[in-house]
Design a protein around this ligand. Structure first.
Ligand code: T6T
Length: 307
C-alpha cells in the first residue's frame, strides 16, 4: 500500500503552479509588501511560483489592462489582481476567466462577482476610524477635507464613504470637500496647497492612500503648517511612518498588505488543487489605527510596510 501511495503523492508534489500577481501601480510600498507576503506563501507551499508583474506606472485601467492581458497570454494557473477600477476591469477579468484562468481580487474589487475570492482590508470601517482619529486630532471641531485617488476605485470610494458617514456624528465638524489626485504625488500636493489657501481655517485632512498621503504631507511641510493642520492618512509606507514619528501626521490607518498577498496565494492554491469547497467570497485581513505613541509596539509591527 505504501508503495502505491508514494509515487502518487510525489507526482502531486511535483506539479508546479504559477500565479500572476498584477498590482495597481509600480513602486508603491503597499503592493511591494503584498508581493513579499505572496512570495513567502509560495515558498512555504514549495511548488508555487508567484510572478509579480512590473506594475503599471500610473494607477489607471489603461495602464493596468496590458499587464493583465500579458498575464492571460502566459496562461498561469491563477491570476491575483488589484483592479484599478470597479467597472473598467470587469471585461478584462472576464477574459481571463473565459480563458480558464481563475481570478482572485486582492485589495480592490470589481462590481461583478467574477473573482473566486477577494482578500482585503475593510475599507468602509477604515474610513470611519480615520474620521474618528481626525476629529480627535483637531480637538472635536473645525473644518476638514479629504484627498483621494480617483472615483471608481473600490477601496478609496469606501474610505471616502466611511469617512463622510462617520463625520455626521460630529456636529461641530464641517466637512468641506473630497478631492482626487490621480495617485500622483505632485497633484495631491498641489491640491493640498490650494485647499489650505482657499480655507485658511482648515484644521485637518484625511489622505486616502500612500501616494496621496505623501503629497499632502509634503504640502503641509512646505507651507510651514506641520502639526498645525492635522493629518490622518491611510497606509503605512516608510515616508508616512517617518512623518508620523516626526509629528507631521497624527495617525495612520495601516493595512496588512503582507497578509493580503499571503492569504491570496494560499487560497489560490486551494482553489487550483481541488479544494474549492469552503472558500469564501471575501476575507478581511484587518487594519490598525496607529498614532505615534504605538508605532513601535509589537502589535503594530506587521502593519508597517516593508517594500
Ligand atoms: O491604499 C493602497 C490600496 O489599498 C489602494 O487600493 C490603492 O492605494 C494603495 O495602493 C496605496 O498607495
Amino acid at each position: 500500500q505504501r508503495g502505491n501511495a508514494a509515487p502518487a503523492n510525489k507526482t502531486q508534489a511535483q506539479k508546479q503552479y504559477t500565479f500572476y500577481l498584477v498590482a495597481g501601480i509600480a513602486s508603491d510600498a503597499f503592493y511591494l509588501t503584498m508581493k513579499k507576503g505572496a512570495q513567502a506563501a509560495a515558498k512555504t507551499l514549495g511548488n508555487v511560483k508567484v510572478v509579480f508583474t512590473v506594475a503599471p506606472a500610473a494607477f489607471s485601467p489603461p495602464t493596468q489592462i496590458p499587464f493583465l492581458n500579458g498575464a492571460i497570454a502566459r496562461h498561469p494557473e491563477a491570476i491575483l489582481i488589484a483592479p484599478t477600477d470597479k467597472t473598467a476591469l470587469i471585461s478584462p477579468i472576464q477574459r481571463a476567466i473565459s480563458a480558464g484562468i481563475p481570478v482572485a481580487t486582492v485589495d480592490t474589487f470589481i462590481n461583478k462577482p467574477l473573482a473566486f475570492t477577494n482578500v482585503s482590508t475593510d475599507n468602509l470601517a477604515g474610513g470611519r476610524v480615520a474620521a474618528d482619529a481626525l476629529v480627535k486630532a483637531i480637538g472635536g471641531s473645525g473644518e476638514v477635507a479629504a484627498i483621494s485617488v480617483n472615483p471608481g476605485i473600490s477601496t478609496t470610494d469606501q474610505r471616502r464613504d466611511g469617512f463622510i458617514a462617520e463625520l455626521k456624528k460630529y456636529p461641530n465638524v464641517k466637512y468641506l470637500v473630497s478631492q482626487v489626485g490621480n495617485d500622483d504625488q505632485t497633484k495631491a500636493s498641489n491640491q493640498m496647497s490650494a485647499l489650505m489657501s482657499a480655507h485658511p481655517n482648515l484644521k485637518g485632512v484625511f489622505a486616502m492612500n500612500v501616494v496621496s498621503g505623501n503629497g499632502v504631507t509634503a504640502a503641509v511641510k512646505a507651507a510651514g503648517k506641520a502639526g498645525e493642520v492635522k493629518l490622518v492618512e491611510f497606509d503605512a509606507g516608510p515616508p508616512q511612518v517617518q512623518a508620523l514619528r516626526e509629528g507631521t501626521i497624527d495617525a495612520l490607518v495601516a493595512q496588512y498588505p503582507y497578509g493580503i498577498g499571503q492569504q491570496a496565494v494560499q487560497l489560490a492554491y486551494k482553489y487550483v488543487t481541488g479544494q474549492k469547497a469552503g472558500i469564501l467570497k471575501h476575507y478581511g485581513t484587518g487594519s490598525a489605527v496607529v498614532p505615534k505613541a504605538t508605532v513601535d509596539t509589537a502589535n503594530i509591527k506587521k502593519f508597517l510596510y516593508t517594500p
